[in-house]
Design a protein around this ligand. Structure first.
Ligand code: C2O
Ligand code: CU
Length: 510
């Protein structure tokens, strides 16, 4: 005979189960709240700005017999003392961290001899440059260890603060994070308003990056929970300097700010509330100076600002919590973070600076009535129009010389941006509204908040090349590496693209 089942105290078991469930739920909520509360970073109050800001040297140039300006850039691995804890393993160009500032004028022919002195294949891309696809330095123009790639082109675009960085497919975030990047300034002597322009004195490049370090000074590459954007560091490095100050010796100082970070978005201003002028966006001067107290930059974007100082004045350039438009989860993408970036220290006597010009540039944006094509791009997850990057697939075929409207929509809950190679563009509207002043000049990279549609217009002039694509992509580097990128080819009317000769082939071009 079977033993009788023991009488089970169901009610007590149920009550116990409910208690355990509540306890577990409480733990989950508590852990969530803890993680949420930890997801805010700030360095405000931690800095004494003891270090003098490093200024990237101007690249040495030589002039070839045909008048071409030549620059040598060598990828270099080394150890850099970024923080006091110890040296970091880094990459740079012609040095162990970052690279020299290249400077060339509109109309000038340039050649850059890019030598890969590190032990990984990489590329070097000229972000914002209008140039033939084979010279672009995108994922197809791979430079193997020991090889030299020598693109050359004629500068043909308005004065602007451009930059260069690696673009190896799948490894861009890593290569940029290690420090391989630099500025490329385009001058246009025929259209040069009277702005501060002594390099490193009153015209100062600021390459702004956020880093995380382990206790020994090595770069830490961990991301944040609940966010796909990747690295969000707790230490700000400007031109390779932590805790930096800049000695200002003139009444006005022009800061060319580049967000060279992997994922972080900055909203720059001053805690004393001072207003300044924004004079340029990514790809050129604004039509008029824009008086403002904030400028927001997503990765890859640039702004030139002019700040007025009084003798003996001190001012801190700070990044306030940026408006990412992601809602509650903004925080996990850095949306609640505050960072002091740089202290400006004015001398007791300041040299006079020119008055701010009323007009800066004529922006001859194409007329929407001339657009032959409108293309739509849907950003979601790490895909564009549902596709992940395939180096052998052509996503868009553009006719050389065409004027086109590109309509970009963020359909996911994450921060994304959009950057087409080759062209600079003019924003037509943001969710149907005309662009605000800071987005009304030439751009090449733009933040696209969730559930937002941005339309821009661009002229795809330049050399057709059916065999080599240009890229368009999200400039959050982890997204880009994970495939949030597509390819367009510029062809003569009636031509077909043909990538068979270039697919995955290291582009040696001696
Ligand atoms: Cu700055 Cu395709 O990149
Ligand atoms: Cu993205």
């Amino acid at each position: 005979m079977r033993a009788r089942l023991p009488h089970l105290p169901w009610k007590r078991l149920l009550a116990g189960g409910a208690a355990a469930f509540l306890l577990l739920a409480g733990l989950v909520v508590g852990a969530g709240a803890w993680i949420y509360s930890q997801a805010v970073t700030s360095n405000v109050g931690d800095l004494d700005f003891a270090n003098e800001l490093a200024i990237p040297p101007l690249a040495e140039t030589t002039v070839a017999p045909d008048g071409t300006k030549e620059v040598d850039l060598r990828f270099t691995a080394g150890q850099t003392h970024l923080v006091d804890d110890g040296p970091s393993e880094t990459w740079g160009l012609n040095g162990s961290y970052l690279g020299p500032t290249i400077r060339a004028a509109r109309g000038e022919r340039v050649r850059v001899n890019v030598t890969n002195g590190v032990d990984e294949t990489t590329t070097l891309h000229w972000h914002g440059m209008h140039l033939p696809a084979r010279m672009d330095g995108g994922p197809h123009q791979m430079v193997e260890p020991g090889a030299t790639w020598s693109p050359s082109w004629t500068i043909d675009q308005p004065a602007a603060t451009l930059w260069y960085h690696p673009h190896l497919h799948g490894a861009t975030a890593d290569h940029v994070y290690r420090g391989a990047a630099g500025m490329f300034l385009v001058d246009d002597p025929a259209n040069a308003p009277d702005l501060p322009d002594s390099y490193g004195v009153d015209d100062v490049p600021l390459i702004v990056q956020d880093k995380s370090f382990d206790g020994d000074g090595d770069l830490d590459t961990g991301g944040r929970p609940f966010s796909s954007v990747g690295i969000l560091g707790d230490t700000i490095v400007v031109n390779g300097t932590v805790n930096p100050h800049l000695d200002v010796t003139t009444e006005k100082v022009r800061l060319r700010v580049l967000n060279a970070s992997n994922a972080r978005i900055y909203d720059l201003g001053f805690p004393d509330g001072r207003v300044f002028w924004q004079v340029a966006s990514d790809a050129g001067l604004l039509a008029q100076p824009h008086r403002t107290d904030r400028v927001q930059l997503s990765p890859g974007e640039r702004a030139e600002i002019v700040v007025e100082m009084a003798p003996g004045d001190e001012a801190v350039l700070r990044s306030f919590p940026p408006d990412l438009g992601v809602g509650f989860t903004d925080r996990f993408a850095g949306g609640d973070d505050t960072f002091d970036i740089l202290q400006l220290r004015a001398a007791a006597e300041l040299a006079p600076s020119p008055p701010m010009p009323g007009e800066l540039a004529t922006i001859d944006a194409p007329d929407p009535g001339d657009a032959e094509t409108t293309r739509t791009f849907r950003l979601s997850g790490t895909r564009i129009n549902g596709e992940k990057m395939d180096m052998g697939r052509v996503d868009e075929v553009v006719t050389a010389g065409a004027t086109e409207i590109w309509e970009v929509t963020n359909r996911g809950g994450e921060p994304h941006s959009f950057h087409p190679h080759l062209v600079h563009f003019s924003v037509l509207d943001v969710d149907g509204e005309p662009p605000p002043p800071e987005l009304a000049g030439w751009k090449d990279t733009i933040y696209v908040p969730p559930d937002t549609t941005i339309r821009f217009i661009a002229r795809f002039d330049g050399q057709a090349d059916p065999t080599t694509p240009y890229m368009f992509h999200c400039h959050v580097l982890r997204h880009e590496d994970r495939g949030m990128m597509g390819q367009f080819v510029v062809v003569e009317p009636g031509d077909e693209p043909d990538l068979s000769s270039t697919r995955g082939d290291p582009g040696h071009d001696h």
